[in-house]
Design a protein around this ligand. Structure first.
Ligand SMILES: [Fe+2]
Length: 384
């Protein structure tokens, strides 16, 4: 038997108004001079106004500093500049505020705060990266769940490729999940980010890694998303649904300690080569990967279907999979995530460029069925 490590250590404060806890929580942690790390688009949102209100607008640039230059897909220079802003501001902590990009950048700049001369292209997770600057993660989208993750995805200067910097020391000190902050998220983004969370739950549940704790979290995550995402999509002000989606997104990311599957390997090049939103890319590939997997491992999706409240206990393995996949397909369609890569300007030429990258991507290593490069090409063409 191989050894497993189960770990769920992030303190999380959940609920509408959680952001107002920030000053007291900082005080409790002995912190007085945080650097807010975010992206420029967020500065004009209601979510940012709520953060300013919590931290005290008058204290901006004196009691708290801001670095708001994070790119939509964070690059190494964001990490370098963020760490420089931290040092110049004499900061003692990071508040990573925003979607996955801001959270990833905020978590990662602490690496260069600890070791300013570190070459991120040579980052080694076996090095001692514990004792990083305290970090409070505050998501403003419900999808990536980066706030509870132990890694940051950064495009490195040398390779120009997205690299996963993984170390348990990257975990946030504290997470605030406040649905008031996701209220303003447009329906389209609500759907796409929610589809990412759904994909995390489905792919982590079906990953063959032994982690029954994560399996339970993944199934409940699916159940919550199936209920809450359509409500949050239709009415952005439904705080109950918004809150449930924030929790489900965190659950998806906790569950994918088990790692993901082929959908994510197909989705990553769709973002880097075609510029597609990560959640949308997952939504367009997920049903095809599910069909591929189910054909080779019948019954794989029965418990996902049950989590979706389908009455499939007594049916054959094949029927359970078929009805679950049909349900997921329809669910995504109802959220405006219309299938067909072609509808989003993806071409056959793109696919040829994407296949090697998808195959080089590590996520499919934990797909329930091993995939070849040619399988990935077939899947792209099916999704086209
Ligand atoms: Fe994802």
């Amino acid at each position: 038997m191989t050894l497993s490590t189960f770990s769920f250590p992030t303190v999380t404060v959940f609920g509408a108004g959680a952001i107002t806890e920030l000053p007291q929580r900082l005080k409790n942690l002995g912190l007085s001079r945080p650097l807010v790390v975010t992206d420029p688009g967020l500065l004009h949102t209601d979510a940012f106004r709520l953060l300013e209100l919590a931290l005290g607008k008058e204290g901006r640039d004196t009691n708290w500093k801001i670095f708001s230059q994070v790119h939509p897909n964070p690059i190494e220079q964001d990490v370098v500049n963020g760490a420089a802003a931290y040092r110049a501001g004499g900061c003692d902590s990071v508040i990573a505020f925003g979607g996955g990009s801001a959270l990833d950048a905020g978590k990662a700049i602490r690496l260069l705060i600890k070791r300013p001369d570190c070459d991120l292209s040579k980052f080694d997770w076996r090095d001692d990266w514990y004792g990083l600057a305290p970090c409070i993660c505050v998501p403003t989208t419900a999808g990536t769940g980066s706030e509870v993750g132990r890694s940051s995805v950064i495009i490195l200067e040398k390779t120009k490729k997205k690299s996963v910097l993984f170390h348990p020391g990257l975990l946030a000190t504290l997470v605030l999940l406040d649905p008031e902050l996701t209220r303003g998220l447009p329906a389209k983004l609500t759907a796409a980010t929610g589809a990412d969370a759904l994909t995390h739950c489905i792919e982590s549940f079906t990953s063959p890694v032994f982690h029954p704790l994560c399996d339970g979290i993944a199934l409940e995550g699916v159940h919550i998303i199936i209920q809450a995402l359509p409500l949050a999509y239709r009415d952005g002000n439904d705080l109950d649904a918004r809150g449930k989606m924030l929790v489900a997104a965190a659950m998806g990311a906790i569950a994918f300690q088990k790692d993901l599957g082929a959908t994510h390997s197909l989705a990553h090049p769709l973002s880097t080569i075609c510029g597609m939103h990560h959640g949308l890319a997952n939504a367009l590939c997920l049903p095809f990967v599910m069909k591929f997997n189910a054909a080779r491992k019948p019954g794989l999706y029965r418990r996902i279907g049950i989590a979706c409240e389908l009455d499939i206990m007594g049916v054959s393995k094949e029927e359970a999979d078929e009805r679950t996949i049909e349900f997921i397909n329809d669910f995504l369609y109802q959220l405006g995530l219309r299938p067909g890569l072609r509808n989003y300007d993806v071409t056959e030429a793109h696919i040829e460029m994407m296949v090697p990258q998808a195959y080089a991507d590590g996520c499919h290593q934990t797909n329930p069925i091993p995939v070849t490069e040619s399988d990935l090409r077939d899947l792209y063409f099916q999704a086209l």
